[in-house]
Design a protein around this ligand. Structure first.
Ligand code: M6R
Length: 415
Protein backbone atom coordinates (compact mmCIF):
# COMPACT_ATOMS: atom_id res chain seq x y z
CA UNK A 1 0.00 0.00 0.00
CA UNK A 2 2.90 2.33 0.72
CA UNK A 3 4.01 1.92 -2.90
CA UNK A 4 0.50 2.57 -4.21
CA UNK A 5 1.13 6.19 -5.21
CA UNK A 6 4.32 5.21 -7.12
CA UNK A 7 3.48 2.06 -9.05
CA UNK A 8 1.05 -0.82 -9.43
CA UNK A 9 3.71 -3.15 -10.90
CA UNK A 10 5.00 -5.30 -8.03
CA UNK A 11 7.41 -8.27 -7.95
CA UNK A 12 7.32 -10.23 -4.68
CA UNK A 13 10.59 -11.59 -3.29
CA UNK A 14 10.59 -15.19 -2.10
CA UNK A 15 12.19 -16.44 1.14
CA UNK A 16 15.95 -15.80 1.00
CA UNK A 17 15.87 -13.56 -2.11
CA UNK A 18 18.05 -10.47 -2.33
CA UNK A 19 17.35 -7.57 -4.69
CA UNK A 20 20.16 -5.36 -5.95
CA UNK A 21 18.71 -2.01 -6.89
CA UNK A 22 20.20 0.70 -9.06
CA UNK A 23 18.62 3.72 -10.71
CA UNK A 24 18.20 1.75 -13.93
CA UNK A 25 17.45 -1.79 -12.85
CA UNK A 26 16.70 -4.37 -10.21
CA UNK A 27 18.45 -7.72 -10.17
CA UNK A 28 17.05 -10.48 -7.97
CA UNK A 29 19.23 -13.28 -6.58
CA UNK A 30 17.82 -16.36 -4.85
CA UNK A 31 19.26 -17.81 -1.64
CA UNK A 32 21.94 -19.67 -3.65
CA UNK A 33 23.08 -16.40 -5.23
CA UNK A 34 21.64 -17.28 -8.65
CA UNK A 35 19.96 -14.60 -10.74
CA UNK A 36 16.22 -15.28 -10.91
CA UNK A 37 13.13 -13.67 -12.42
CA UNK A 38 10.16 -12.94 -10.16
CA UNK A 39 6.89 -12.33 -11.97
CA UNK A 40 5.66 -8.74 -12.05
CA UNK A 41 2.06 -8.55 -10.91
CA UNK A 42 -0.38 -5.68 -11.28
CA UNK A 43 -1.53 -4.76 -7.77
CA UNK A 44 -5.12 -3.81 -7.08
CA UNK A 45 -5.86 -0.14 -6.51
CA UNK A 46 -4.80 0.90 -3.06
CA UNK A 47 -7.49 2.31 -0.76
CA UNK A 48 -5.01 5.06 0.11
CA UNK A 49 -5.27 6.26 -3.48
CA UNK A 50 -9.03 5.88 -3.61
CA UNK A 51 -9.17 8.14 -0.53
CA UNK A 52 -11.67 8.72 2.25
CA UNK A 53 -14.45 10.14 0.10
CA UNK A 54 -16.83 12.16 2.26
CA UNK A 55 -15.84 10.36 5.45
CA UNK A 56 -13.73 11.85 8.19
CA UNK A 57 -11.66 8.71 8.71
CA UNK A 58 -10.83 5.55 6.78
CA UNK A 59 -12.30 3.58 9.67
CA UNK A 60 -15.65 5.32 9.26
CA UNK A 61 -15.58 4.70 5.51
CA UNK A 62 -14.68 1.05 6.03
CA UNK A 63 -17.49 0.54 8.56
CA UNK A 64 -19.93 1.94 5.97
CA UNK A 65 -18.56 -0.28 3.20
CA UNK A 66 -19.66 -3.44 5.00
CA UNK A 67 -23.01 -4.03 3.27
CA UNK A 68 -21.05 -4.08 0.00
CA UNK A 69 -18.01 -6.04 1.21
CA UNK A 70 -20.05 -8.74 2.97
CA UNK A 71 -22.26 -8.97 -0.13
CA UNK A 72 -19.22 -9.25 -2.43
CA UNK A 73 -17.61 -11.92 -0.29
CA UNK A 74 -20.80 -13.97 -0.09
CA UNK A 75 -21.45 -13.62 -3.82
CA UNK A 76 -18.15 -15.34 -4.44
CA UNK A 77 -19.14 -18.31 -2.26
CA UNK A 78 -22.89 -18.83 -2.63
CA UNK A 79 -24.53 -20.17 -5.79
CA UNK A 80 -27.50 -17.88 -6.32
CA UNK A 81 -29.45 -20.65 -8.06
CA UNK A 82 -29.05 -23.59 -5.69
CA UNK A 83 -28.36 -21.47 -2.58
CA UNK A 84 -25.50 -23.86 -1.91
CA UNK A 85 -21.99 -22.91 -0.79
CA UNK A 86 -19.32 -23.23 -3.48
CA UNK A 87 -15.79 -23.26 -2.12
CA UNK A 88 -12.70 -22.93 -4.33
CA UNK A 89 -11.20 -26.28 -5.46
CA UNK A 90 -9.63 -27.96 -2.42
CA UNK A 91 -6.60 -30.24 -2.58
CA UNK A 92 -8.26 -32.59 -0.05
CA UNK A 93 -11.69 -34.15 0.47
CA UNK A 94 -13.80 -32.03 2.85
CA UNK A 95 -15.78 -35.11 3.91
CA UNK A 96 -12.62 -36.59 5.46
CA UNK A 97 -11.83 -33.57 7.64
CA UNK A 98 -12.35 -34.70 11.22
CA UNK A 99 -10.23 -32.16 13.06
CA UNK A 100 -9.56 -28.45 12.44
CA UNK A 101 -6.88 -26.24 13.95
CA UNK A 102 -7.66 -22.51 13.74
CA UNK A 103 -4.91 -19.98 14.37
CA UNK A 104 -4.87 -16.16 14.17
CA UNK A 105 -4.10 -12.93 16.05
CA UNK A 106 -6.17 -10.00 17.30
CA UNK A 107 -9.52 -9.44 15.63
CA UNK A 108 -8.83 -12.28 13.19
CA UNK A 109 -8.55 -14.54 16.24
CA UNK A 110 -12.04 -13.48 17.33
CA UNK A 111 -13.35 -14.31 13.83
CA UNK A 112 -11.69 -17.73 14.23
CA UNK A 113 -13.35 -18.07 17.64
CA UNK A 114 -16.79 -17.53 16.10
CA UNK A 115 -15.82 -20.10 13.45
CA UNK A 116 -15.05 -22.65 16.17
CA UNK A 117 -18.65 -22.35 17.41
CA UNK A 118 -19.99 -22.66 13.85
CA UNK A 119 -17.78 -25.58 12.80
CA UNK A 120 -18.39 -27.55 15.97
CA UNK A 121 -22.17 -27.07 15.92
CA UNK A 122 -22.79 -27.36 12.18
CA UNK A 123 -20.22 -30.01 11.27
CA UNK A 124 -19.56 -31.69 14.64
CA UNK A 125 -15.82 -31.44 13.98
CA UNK A 126 -13.62 -30.64 16.99
CA UNK A 127 -11.74 -27.38 16.58
CA UNK A 128 -8.54 -26.45 18.30
CA UNK A 129 -8.24 -22.68 18.48
CA UNK A 130 -5.11 -20.78 19.35
CA UNK A 131 -3.44 -17.40 19.25
CA UNK A 132 -0.61 -17.61 16.73
CA UNK A 133 2.12 -16.32 19.06
CA UNK A 134 1.27 -19.13 21.51
CA UNK A 135 0.65 -21.86 18.96
CA UNK A 136 3.95 -21.45 17.12
CA UNK A 137 6.16 -22.01 20.16
CA UNK A 138 4.39 -24.68 22.18
CA UNK A 139 5.43 -27.55 19.91
CA UNK A 140 1.89 -28.90 19.94
CA UNK A 141 0.66 -31.80 17.87
CA UNK A 142 -0.71 -31.16 14.39
CA UNK A 143 -1.89 -34.40 12.84
CA UNK A 144 -0.73 -35.12 9.28
CA UNK A 145 -3.76 -34.93 6.99
CA UNK A 146 -5.74 -32.75 9.43
CA UNK A 147 -6.81 -29.27 8.38
CA UNK A 148 -5.09 -26.17 9.77
CA UNK A 149 -6.69 -22.81 8.97
CA UNK A 150 -5.09 -19.40 9.36
CA UNK A 151 -7.13 -16.20 9.44
CA UNK A 152 -5.49 -12.89 8.61
CA UNK A 153 -6.53 -9.65 6.95
CA UNK A 154 -3.01 -8.81 5.81
CA UNK A 155 -1.79 -12.37 5.26
CA UNK A 156 1.57 -11.13 6.56
CA UNK A 157 1.25 -11.25 10.37
CA UNK A 158 4.54 -12.85 11.34
CA UNK A 159 3.24 -15.15 14.10
CA UNK A 160 0.35 -16.44 11.99
CA UNK A 161 2.69 -17.01 9.05
CA UNK A 162 5.13 -18.94 11.27
CA UNK A 163 2.23 -21.03 12.59
CA UNK A 164 1.19 -21.82 9.02
CA UNK A 165 4.72 -22.96 8.18
CA UNK A 166 4.80 -25.09 11.34
CA UNK A 167 1.52 -26.84 10.48
CA UNK A 168 2.66 -27.37 6.90
CA UNK A 169 5.91 -28.92 8.05
CA UNK A 170 3.87 -31.31 10.22
CA UNK A 171 1.97 -32.50 7.14
CA UNK A 172 -1.36 -30.75 7.73
CA UNK A 173 -3.47 -29.38 4.89
CA UNK A 174 -3.33 -25.61 5.19
CA UNK A 175 -5.98 -23.04 4.30
CA UNK A 176 -5.56 -19.27 4.63
CA UNK A 177 -8.52 -16.92 5.01
CA UNK A 178 -6.91 -13.71 3.81
CA UNK A 179 -7.87 -10.33 2.40
CA UNK A 180 -4.65 -9.68 0.48
CA UNK A 181 -4.41 -12.26 -2.32
CA UNK A 182 -0.72 -11.64 -2.99
CA UNK A 183 0.29 -11.99 0.67
CA UNK A 184 2.75 -14.54 2.03
CA UNK A 185 -0.02 -16.64 3.60
CA UNK A 186 -2.03 -16.64 0.38
CA UNK A 187 1.04 -17.83 -1.49
CA UNK A 188 2.15 -20.46 1.01
CA UNK A 189 -1.11 -22.10 2.08
CA UNK A 190 -2.46 -25.06 0.10
CA UNK A 191 -5.66 -23.15 -0.45
CA UNK A 192 -6.70 -19.50 -0.17
CA UNK A 193 -10.21 -18.62 0.99
CA UNK A 194 -10.36 -14.98 0.03
CA UNK A 195 -12.27 -12.23 1.78
CA UNK A 196 -13.35 -9.54 -0.67
CA UNK A 197 -13.21 -6.59 1.71
CA UNK A 198 -10.93 -4.51 -0.55
CA UNK A 199 -7.97 -2.54 0.82
CA UNK A 200 -8.34 -1.72 4.51
CA UNK A 201 -6.41 1.30 5.70
CA UNK A 202 -7.67 1.98 9.25
CA UNK A 203 -5.49 0.20 11.79
CA UNK A 204 -8.62 -0.97 13.61
CA UNK A 205 -10.01 -3.66 11.37
CA UNK A 206 -13.74 -3.57 10.62
CA UNK A 207 -14.82 -4.65 7.15
CA UNK A 208 -12.15 -7.38 7.02
CA UNK A 209 -13.67 -8.91 10.18
CA UNK A 210 -17.19 -9.21 8.78
CA UNK A 211 -15.76 -10.52 5.51
CA UNK A 212 -13.81 -13.16 7.47
CA UNK A 213 -17.01 -14.15 9.26
CA UNK A 214 -18.76 -14.46 5.89
CA UNK A 215 -16.11 -16.85 4.56
CA UNK A 216 -15.95 -18.87 7.78
CA UNK A 217 -19.75 -19.27 7.99
CA UNK A 218 -19.75 -20.59 4.42
CA UNK A 219 -16.85 -22.91 5.19
CA UNK A 220 -18.57 -24.34 8.29
CA UNK A 221 -21.75 -24.89 6.27
CA UNK A 222 -19.87 -26.63 3.45
CA UNK A 223 -18.09 -28.84 5.98
CA UNK A 224 -21.38 -29.80 7.65
CA UNK A 225 -22.87 -30.59 4.25
CA UNK A 226 -19.84 -32.67 3.18
CA UNK A 227 -20.08 -34.67 6.40
CA UNK A 228 -23.77 -35.36 5.82
CA UNK A 229 -24.99 -33.30 8.79
CA UNK A 230 -26.64 -30.49 6.89
CA UNK A 231 -29.35 -31.07 4.29
CA UNK A 232 -29.58 -29.03 1.10
CA UNK A 233 -32.63 -27.28 2.61
CA UNK A 234 -30.78 -26.32 5.78
CA UNK A 235 -27.84 -25.13 3.71
CA UNK A 236 -30.20 -22.93 1.66
CA UNK A 237 -31.68 -21.54 4.91
CA UNK A 238 -28.23 -20.63 6.22
CA UNK A 239 -27.08 -18.99 2.99
CA UNK A 240 -30.41 -17.12 2.82
CA UNK A 241 -29.79 -15.82 6.35
CA UNK A 242 -26.28 -14.77 5.33
CA UNK A 243 -27.50 -13.05 2.17
CA UNK A 244 -29.86 -10.93 4.28
CA UNK A 245 -26.99 -9.52 6.30
CA UNK A 246 -25.97 -6.73 3.88
CA UNK A 247 -29.50 -5.25 4.03
CA UNK A 248 -29.59 -5.48 7.84
CA UNK A 249 -26.15 -3.84 8.04
CA UNK A 250 -27.37 -1.03 5.82
CA UNK A 251 -30.37 -0.60 8.13
CA UNK A 252 -28.07 -0.52 11.16
CA UNK A 253 -25.83 2.09 9.57
CA UNK A 254 -28.81 4.42 9.25
CA UNK A 255 -30.40 3.81 12.65
CA UNK A 256 -27.47 3.28 15.00
CA UNK A 257 -25.81 6.73 15.02
CA UNK A 258 -28.68 8.44 16.89
CA UNK A 259 -29.30 5.41 19.14
CA UNK A 260 -25.64 5.35 20.14
CA UNK A 261 -25.34 9.05 21.01
CA UNK A 262 -26.24 8.84 24.74
CA UNK A 263 -24.17 5.66 25.11
CA UNK A 264 -21.12 7.32 23.55
CA UNK A 265 -21.31 10.09 26.14
CA UNK A 266 -21.38 7.59 28.99
CA UNK A 267 -18.66 5.28 27.67
CA UNK A 268 -16.33 8.18 26.82
CA UNK A 269 -16.35 9.22 30.49
CA UNK A 270 -15.61 5.72 31.80
CA UNK A 271 -12.24 4.47 32.96
CA UNK A 272 -13.13 0.79 32.56
CA UNK A 273 -15.73 -0.92 30.40
CA UNK A 274 -16.88 -4.54 30.39
CA UNK A 275 -18.30 -6.31 27.35
CA UNK A 276 -20.36 -9.47 27.88
CA UNK A 277 -21.76 -12.14 25.60
CA UNK A 278 -22.49 -15.84 25.54
CA UNK A 279 -22.07 -18.40 22.77
CA UNK A 280 -21.58 -16.71 19.41
CA UNK A 281 -21.67 -13.31 21.13
CA UNK A 282 -18.75 -14.11 23.42
CA UNK A 283 -16.09 -13.53 20.72
CA UNK A 284 -17.99 -10.37 19.80
CA UNK A 285 -17.65 -9.15 23.38
CA UNK A 286 -13.89 -9.67 23.13
CA UNK A 287 -13.85 -7.87 19.78
CA UNK A 288 -15.86 -4.96 21.20
CA UNK A 289 -13.37 -4.57 24.04
CA UNK A 290 -10.40 -4.72 21.66
CA UNK A 291 -11.92 -2.11 19.31
CA UNK A 292 -12.62 0.26 22.19
CA UNK A 293 -9.21 -0.01 23.80
CA UNK A 294 -7.19 0.24 20.61
CA UNK A 295 -8.72 3.47 19.32
CA UNK A 296 -10.11 5.25 22.40
CA UNK A 297 -7.45 4.08 24.93
CA UNK A 298 -10.17 3.20 27.44
CA UNK A 299 -9.51 0.04 29.39
CA UNK A 300 -12.03 -2.62 28.34
CA UNK A 301 -12.41 -6.36 28.87
CA UNK A 302 -14.55 -8.89 27.05
CA UNK A 303 -15.98 -11.76 29.08
CA UNK A 304 -18.23 -14.77 28.63
CA UNK A 305 -21.29 -13.59 30.60
CA UNK A 306 -21.39 -16.86 32.53
CA UNK A 307 -17.87 -16.23 33.82
CA UNK A 308 -18.84 -12.99 35.60
CA UNK A 309 -19.55 -14.63 38.90
CA UNK A 310 -16.12 -16.28 38.87
CA UNK A 311 -14.37 -12.98 39.49
CA UNK A 312 -15.11 -9.97 37.29
CA UNK A 313 -18.43 -9.23 39.02
CA UNK A 314 -16.31 -7.82 41.85
CA UNK A 315 -15.49 -4.89 39.53
CA UNK A 316 -19.11 -3.87 39.11
CA UNK A 317 -20.28 -0.53 40.43
CA UNK A 318 -22.15 2.42 38.94
CA UNK A 319 -19.00 3.75 37.22
CA UNK A 320 -18.39 0.69 35.02
CA UNK A 321 -20.55 0.48 31.89
CA UNK A 322 -21.37 -3.17 31.10
CA UNK A 323 -22.10 -3.61 27.42
CA UNK A 324 -23.97 -6.80 26.58
CA UNK A 325 -24.49 -8.37 23.18
CA UNK A 326 -27.69 -10.33 23.52
CA UNK A 327 -29.37 -11.46 20.31
CA UNK A 328 -32.39 -13.66 20.97
CA UNK A 329 -30.59 -16.98 20.58
CA UNK A 330 -30.42 -20.19 22.62
CA UNK A 331 -28.19 -18.44 25.18
CA UNK A 332 -30.49 -15.41 25.60
CA UNK A 333 -32.22 -16.37 28.86
CA UNK A 334 -28.91 -17.19 30.52
CA UNK A 335 -27.51 -13.83 29.42
CA UNK A 336 -30.55 -12.04 30.86
CA UNK A 337 -30.02 -13.71 34.21
CA UNK A 338 -26.32 -12.71 34.19
CA UNK A 339 -27.34 -9.12 33.44
CA UNK A 340 -29.82 -9.17 36.31
CA UNK A 341 -26.88 -10.05 38.58
CA UNK A 342 -24.97 -7.04 37.20
CA UNK A 343 -27.95 -4.70 37.66
CA UNK A 344 -28.44 -5.95 41.23
CA UNK A 345 -24.91 -4.68 41.95
CA UNK A 346 -25.75 -1.21 40.56
CA UNK A 347 -23.94 -1.91 37.27
CA UNK A 348 -24.90 0.29 34.28
CA UNK A 349 -26.19 -2.24 31.74
CA UNK A 350 -26.10 -1.23 28.07
CA UNK A 351 -27.58 -3.89 25.86
CA UNK A 352 -27.84 -4.64 22.15
CA UNK A 353 -30.70 -7.04 21.47
CA UNK A 354 -33.78 -7.64 19.32
CA UNK A 355 -37.14 -5.86 19.70
CA UNK A 356 -38.55 -8.79 21.72
CA UNK A 357 -35.34 -9.14 23.72
CA UNK A 358 -35.67 -5.47 24.62
CA UNK A 359 -38.96 -6.16 26.41
CA UNK A 360 -37.13 -8.45 28.86
CA UNK A 361 -34.18 -6.20 29.35
CA UNK A 362 -35.66 -2.69 29.58
CA UNK A 363 -36.45 -2.99 33.32
CA UNK A 364 -32.82 -3.63 34.22
CA UNK A 365 -30.88 -1.73 31.56
CA UNK A 366 -29.73 1.88 31.44
CA UNK A 367 -29.76 1.79 27.63
CA UNK A 368 -31.32 -0.75 25.26
CA UNK A 369 -30.53 -0.66 21.54
CA UNK A 370 -32.90 -2.63 19.34
CA UNK A 371 -31.19 -4.45 16.49
CA UNK A 372 -32.87 -5.70 13.31
CA UNK A 373 -34.19 -9.29 13.45
CA UNK A 374 -31.98 -11.95 11.87
CA UNK A 375 -31.32 -15.69 12.17
CA UNK A 376 -29.31 -15.96 15.45
CA UNK A 377 -26.78 -18.23 13.71
CA UNK A 378 -25.49 -15.29 11.68
CA UNK A 379 -25.82 -12.70 14.47
CA UNK A 380 -22.04 -12.06 14.80
CA UNK A 381 -22.06 -10.49 11.34
CA UNK A 382 -24.64 -7.92 12.43
CA UNK A 383 -23.65 -7.36 16.07
CA UNK A 384 -20.12 -6.51 14.93
CA UNK A 385 -21.54 -3.24 13.61
CA UNK A 386 -22.64 -1.55 16.88
CA UNK A 387 -19.40 -2.46 18.66
CA UNK A 388 -17.38 -0.99 15.80
CA UNK A 389 -19.52 2.16 15.64
CA UNK A 390 -19.50 2.66 19.39
CA UNK A 391 -15.70 2.42 19.54
CA UNK A 392 -15.42 4.78 16.58
CA UNK A 393 -17.70 7.47 18.01
CA UNK A 394 -16.08 7.27 21.45
CA UNK A 395 -12.63 7.69 19.87
CA UNK A 396 -13.82 10.66 17.79
CA UNK A 397 -15.36 12.21 20.90
CA UNK A 398 -12.04 11.75 22.73
CA UNK A 399 -10.10 13.19 19.80
CA UNK A 400 -7.69 10.30 19.34
CA UNK A 401 -5.95 9.50 16.07
CA UNK A 402 -8.59 7.02 14.92
CA UNK A 403 -6.89 5.66 11.80
CA UNK A 404 -3.38 5.54 13.29
CA UNK A 405 -3.78 4.81 17.03
CA UNK A 406 -0.64 5.14 19.10
CA UNK A 407 1.79 2.21 19.32
CA UNK A 408 -0.04 0.13 16.71
CA UNK A 409 0.76 -0.98 13.16
CA UNK A 410 -1.70 -2.20 10.55
CA UNK A 411 0.30 -5.29 9.83
CA UNK A 412 2.44 -6.82 12.58
CA UNK A 413 5.49 -8.22 10.79
CA UNK A 414 7.77 -8.35 13.85
CA UNK A 415 7.44 -10.54 16.95
O1 M6R B 1 -3.61 -8.88 9.41
P1 M6R B 1 -4.10 -9.73 10.56
O2 M6R B 1 -5.56 -10.03 10.46
O3 M6R B 1 -3.30 -11.00 10.69
O4 M6R B 1 -3.88 -8.86 11.84
C1 M6R B 1 -4.15 -9.40 13.11
C2 M6R B 1 -4.17 -8.32 14.17
O5 M6R B 1 -2.95 -7.63 14.22
C3 M6R B 1 -5.30 -7.30 13.91
O6 M6R B 1 -6.55 -7.92 13.82
C4 M6R B 1 -5.35 -6.27 15.06
O7 M6R B 1 -5.75 -6.89 16.24
C5 M6R B 1 -6.27 -5.11 14.67
N1 M6R B 1 -5.61 -3.87 14.92
C6 M6R B 1 -7.55 -5.11 15.43
O8 M6R B 1 -8.38 -4.06 15.04
Amino acid sequence: MALGPLTRRIAYLEEGDIAILSRESAEILNEKGETVERRIQIAELSGAIVGKGNYKHFMEKEIHEQPATVGETLNGLVDAGTRGVVLPALPFDLATVDRVTLVACGTSYYAAMVAKYWIESLAQVPVELDIASEFRYRNGPVLPGSLAMFVSQSGETVDTLAALRYAKAKGAHTAAVVNVPTSAMAREADVMLRTLAGPEIGVATTKAFTAQLSVLACFATALGRARGLISADREAQITQALMEIPARLAEGLVKLPSLLTPIVEEVAEARDVLYLGRGLSYPLAMEGALKLKEISYIHAEGYAAGEMKHGPIALIDETVPVIALAPEDSWFEKTVSNLQEVAARRGRVIVFTTKRGAEHLRPIAAHVVEMPDIDPLVSPLLYALPVQMLAYYVAVRKGTDVDQPRNLAKSVTVE
